[in-house]
Design a protein around this ligand. Sequence first.
Ligand code: FE2
Length: 279
Amino acid sequence: MAELFAGLTTSHVPAIGAAIDNGKTNEPYWQPVFKGFEFSKAWLEKLKPDVAIVVYNDHASAFSLEIIPTFAIGCAEEFPPADEGWGARPVPVVKGHPDLAWHIAQSAILDEFDMTIVNKMEVDHGLTVPLNLMCGTPKEWPFPVIPICVNVVQYPPPTGHRCYMLGQAIRRAVESFDKDLRVLVFGTGGMSHQLQGPRAGLTNQQFDYAFLDRLTQDPQALTKITPLEYLREAGSEGIELVMWLVMRGALNDKVEEIYRFHHIPVSNTALGHIILENR
Ligand SMILES: [Fe+2]
């Protein structure tokens, strides 16, 4: 049977992708950011997952404002990098895992989560930047990926509680898949940041640290944060943190925190990263 053994979160700041693509990772501004992922890359290389589920949000690359699925799952054989205005990023095409993806879609939908099934999709920085941070810049990504998109772009986003329950449904789906696969789940986005308006550039270290603590120890408390609280405390784009709760819902109640990293500023955001393993 398939096993969901660990989860991690990373921010997916597009400027990180641009720093990689333009050879700037050794510049003083970027050095501490990439250094913060050295442990994580070694951890992942050792664990060699068979497949990763990457929870992220599309930034109007695959879905325009004409169609906005709340939850979508990529069931295709592959997902090319999207052109986000400067040409497609020079990163490998993301290979999917259609068998497991369709199984998760079936299981989650019969479990009363209305997933949109996506058979053709380009993936943007929301998915490719976390892969870069955890895997570097290989010729091929080291494992297939099942993209799961959450709408946090257009109000109303799903609640953190709903996202946490989706994570639990994903866990049930993975554990009922009839092949021996070791599955890793990524939650991406966040942490505190606001990209526009009078509060543009807002970050909130205190909120972020408390969120990281509770993510490990008391995720139920995080499921009670309302969209308005995210807006007030973590800025307008802080709502991306609900995607971390999908990851957390997919893990055991008790987890071991393997590593965490927090850095301000990255572009105009607070970057957060954590690795959790099931006990
Ligand atoms: Fe984002």
